[in-house]
Design a protein around this ligand. Structure first.
Ligand code: ATP
Ligand code: MG
Length: 428
């Protein structure tokens, strides 16, 4: 695990000039992301770790419902998009190659996956299927904003289900509801699953996974036991306007900004028909394949977590998404006994399951603590002269900046690792 003296973590005291959203400010200040152009962002090493932790959770839950991971290209022929009527979408980047062929940069992958299924699925025995990938999406967003919350290029996990009929689609859809609920719970985000408009995708039914946060561009309506996209809520016969507010069955309805982190759709035969994805049933009759489409954005999960849990000192990661579990701060310069004690603790923790970032820089304690608070790893350990006197490394839980019982410095490695493990499990 990295030593900060050798690691690219360019923290900043000042917010970027054009930043409004909290996650934009904090992720840049903490050295997680850097901008290259409007809606074009790079993930720096610590930021990429958080992104990939979200990816790992999503992958596990997709595999658990029988998803088969694959990879489809971003650069695609325009033809399937013409067939589905989506070539004219303004967000779609279009280009030509040197021979003049029309190409697009995919903003989603219904066309690609259905193109393949049309060739590869023949009979009812080939169904059902759950196919997914993590792939870059390109979108000419009208207004890229808020750091990595709305970019023109981002990674999405998109899965697609293929069934014989509507009942099969509903089954595959329910599997996704379960997987998405578990993904969201495991990330530690506060979230709501709400019914959504079917929108540009077309289809039979859809839900959105919404994370309430200040920079959210959507609005959700909440009442005890009720959560809905505001537009959907306003159309519901159960919702009525009373004075300035709304009410649901007599209960006050609150409206909160939220960001959509995931989106699931029952598509039906919207794409299979124009692209010719059909199968032969038991009686030899040709039928269209029933499809579903399911997206989720790791970048939005990460940025929403930053927004939801930040305090005035910086980020406070949920355990599942933190770039590192433990931020170990050495106070005191090289060659001192306190530095030796910090080095020993670092070596021991490195051999454990925990991921440790070790601040071994020649910098003052003020700067080191400020960076640790900004980066927001769940636990901070400090080893300085004071720790040698007390015999224990100081331990602080980032969320709430709560000091808890120290870690004995002279304990055997095995004991230290066990204590550390217990400590880790006790962090909420
Ligand atoms: P929005 O309404 O916010 O534009 P969308 O409906 O276009 O979202 P989908 O096409 O359903 O989004 O994409 C699925 C997921 O991909 C979203 O839930 C989100 O997590 C992510 N996503 C979509 N657009 C962006 C973007 N511009 N930048 C980052 N992530 C995005
Ligand atoms: Mg969009």
């Amino acid at each position: 695990m990295p030593r900060l003296s050798e690691y690219l973590l360019p923290t900043e005291k000042q917010p970027p000039a054009d930043a409004e959203a909290l996650s934009h400010v904090l992720m840049v200040r903490a050295g997680l992301i850097r901008q290259m152009g409007a809606g074009m962002w790079s993930w720096l090493p610590a930021g990429w770790r958080t992104h990939q932790r979200a990816v790992a959770i999503i992958r596990e839950e997709m595999d658990a419902i029988g998803g088969q991971e694959m990879l489809m290209p971003v650069l695609q022929p325009a033809e399937p998009w013409r067939k589905t009527g989506r070539l004219d979408i303004e967000e779609l980047f279009k280009l030509h190659d040197r021979k003049g062929s029309e190409l697009v940069l995919a903003m989603t992958h219904e066309e690609a996956v259905t193109f393949h299924v049309a060739q590869l699925v023949r009979s009812y025995r080939d169904l059902p299927l759950i196919l997914y990938h993590f792939q870059v999406k390109e979108r000419d967003e009208p207004r890229p904003r808020a750091g990595v919350l709305r970019t023109r290029e981002f990674i999405m996990k998109d899965s697609y289900t293929f069934d014989r009929d509507q009942a099969g689609l509903e089954e595959r859809y329910e599997l996704h509801v379960g997987a998405y609920d578990r993904i969201m719970q495991r990330t530690g985000l506060r979230f709501y699953r709400v019914e959504s408009d079917v929108g540009m995708m077309g289809g039979l039914g859809a839900h959105e996974y919404m994370a309430p946060c200040p920079a959210g561009e959507d609005e959700i309506a909440l009442a005890p036991g009720y959560a809905a996209n505001l537009e959907v809520a306003l159309r519901s016969p159960e919702v009525s306007k009373v004075g300035d507010g709304y009410e649901l069955r007599g209960e006050p309805l609150s409206v909160q900004p939220a960001i959509e982190v995931g989106n699931i759709f029952m598509l039906g035969t919207r794409y299979s028909e124009p692209l010719g994805a059909s199968y032969l049933d038991e009686t030899g009759q040709e039928r269209p394949v029933w499809m579903g489409s399911y997206g989720i954005g790791p970048a939005r999960i990460v940025a929403a977590a930053v927004e939801q849990f930040a305090d005035e000192r910086g980020i406070s990661w949920p355990k599942a998404l933190a770039p590192f579990d433990v931020h170990l701060v050495a106070v005191g310069s090289a060659g001192t006994p306190e530095r030796d004690a910090a080095e020993r603790l670092y070596e021991i923790l490195n051999a454990s399951e925990l991921e440790v970032l070790y601040d071994d820089r020649d910098a003052g304690p003020g700067e080191k603590f400020a960076d640790a608070e900004l980066l927001g790893c769940p636990l901070r350990l400090t080893v300085g002269r004071r720790s040698l006197e007390s015999g224990a490394a100081e331990v602080q839980v980032r969320r709430g900046l709560k000091d808890i019982e120290g870690l004995p410095l002279d304990a055997e490695p095995g004991t230290l690792q066990r204590l550390m493990d217990e400590l880790w499990r006790s962090v909420p």
